[in-house]
Write a protein that binds this ligand. Structure first.
Ligand SMILES: Nc1ncnc2c1ncn2[C@@H]1O[C@H](COP(=O)(O)OP(=O)(O)OP(=O)(O)O)[C@@H](O)[C@H]1O
Length: 395
């Protein structure tokens, strides 16, 4: 596939990702795209996925969580769920359990239950298809809660890494992005939109002494990164989706317009790439500023505002890296790279296969490998403090 290069000369003096489409497809790419798009209706009409997930793929909800597991330490909280370690009383195996209330304020219990069923069903649909998706182990319920038992990820999520270590080097970003794209391509081939792609929803499976260094220099093996949280996921068929779901600052322009398809995930991934490299979002210089924006302000920015790549960290990013970013942050979804196309982008070959010679392992933030400059201030996570643009809107 031919990818347009984005030379550094173009970034002077004020480089902006163009808001119009840029993609010039080769014939081979168009064929691949055609092949890929017929996958959608064949493997995954919304009805087929619903029927399948409601039937054999989805586990039966059991009612004896506390008989089977003992509850361990708290490992995380989201907008709705709290996550704990749990231990199988018989095998002594550790897992994670996400405990979600069946009643949410301002929402009918029936609707909440439907959402929970969808989250479990879609997770079940894809969890065994890729090592990069946290495996679903079991589901339990009692009068007030649903308990989703899943594989335990011990290395923290990418947002925690951003908060602790600051922005990622180009090479670490490429390692993460490649894994994310593999996960997304499996979900999309199964007709599942992830729906809430952001650093907080990808976790390192294992703990590393220096995680960013590990991402740059070690062969971490298949499935080192694990996708969590299918609370905003949807089964996708030929008809476009209309429900606005996800976390506003990562939502695609077409999601705001209530007419979107699988491509919306790739925009969100582009926004995540921007954040990993720059430690901020394109539209506001700090995460704090983003937190206080209304949905309308975020929507306006996502639909219309320039995406600057002419400052600090971007000046040392390779042309291939900028080209991938541009391919993902393309406002016209029909011109945006698909997951399969993005996986073939030469940036990955340069950064990963050749040991990051293009970026030379330098931190995109300007520091060296061992001198990563924290750009993003630590901020309280989850719960009511995480408002507006940074908070998930579940489907
Ligand atoms: N399998 C897991 N292993 C370890 N920690 C986990 C696991 N799943 C989730 N967590 C931790 O718990 C936090 C909350 O989980 P999750 O994002 O699924 O909850 P949520 O209520 O759906 O969140 P959101 O606000 O994104 O809707 C995560 O950010 C992560 O730190």
């Amino acid at each position: 596939m031919e990818f347009p290069t984005f030379s550094m000369q173009h970034t002077q003096p004020a480089a902006l990702l163009p808001t119009h489409s840029y993609k010039h497809r080769s014939l081979a790419s168009q064929r691949r795209r055609a092949k890929y798009s017929v996958l959608r209706p064949v493997s995954c009409t919304a009805e087929a996925v619903k029927a399948e997930v409601a039937g054999r793929a989805a586990p039966t909800w059991k009612s004896s969580f506390r008989e089977k597991y003992s509850l361990g330490r708290h490992v995380g909280s989201g907008s709705y769920g709290v996550v704990h370690v749990c231990i199988d009383e018989v095998t002594k195996q550790k897992a994670a359990v996400k405990i979600l209330p069946k009643v949410r304020s301002k929402q009918q219990p029936q609707k909440t239950l439907k959402k929970l069923e969808r989250e479990v069903a879609l997770m079940a649909r894809v969890s065994r298809q890729s090592r990069g998706i946290t495996p679903l182990i079991d589901v339990y319920e009692d009068k007030n809660y649903v308990y989703i038992v899943m594989g335990l990820n011990e290395g923290g999520d990418l947002e925690q890494l951003l908060e602790k270590y600051g922005s990622f080097s180009e090479r670490a970003t490429a390692t993460v992005m490649y894994e994310c794209l593999k996960i997304i391509s499996v979900c999309h081939a199964n007709g599942v939109l992830l729906g809430d792609i952001k650093p907080a929803n990808f976790m390192l499976r294992h703990r590393y002494r220096d995680p960013l260094k590990a991402l740059e220099s070690e062969h971490l093996g298949e499935g080192f990164l694990s996708a969590i949280d299918f609370g905003c996921s949807q089964a996708v068929g030929p008809a476009p989706l209309a429900r606005r779901t996800g976390t506003p600052v990562y939502m695609s322009p077409e999601t705001f317009r209530r007419e979107y398809h699988l491509e919306a995930d790739l925009w969100s991934l582009g926004m995540m790439m921007y954040q990993l490299i720059a430690g901020r979002f394109p539209f506001w210089p700090s995460v704090e500023q983003c937190r206080t924006r209304s949905l309308e302000e975020v929507m306006k920015a996502v639909i219309m505002e320039d995406i600057p790549v002419d400052y600090g960290p971007w000046l040392s990013v390779s042309p291939e890296g900028l080209s991938l970013l541009q391919g993902l942050l393309t406002r016209d979804p029909t011109q945006r790279l698909t997951a399969v196309e993005a996986l073939e982008h030469p940036w990955f070959q340069r950064q990963i296969d050749s040991g990051g010679s293009a970026g030379d392992g330098q931190s995109a933030a300007g520091g060296g490998r061992n001198n990563i400059v924290p750009l993003m201030p630590a901020a309280p996570r989850g719960g009511s403090s995480e408002a507006g643009a940074l908070r998930s809107m579940a489907a």
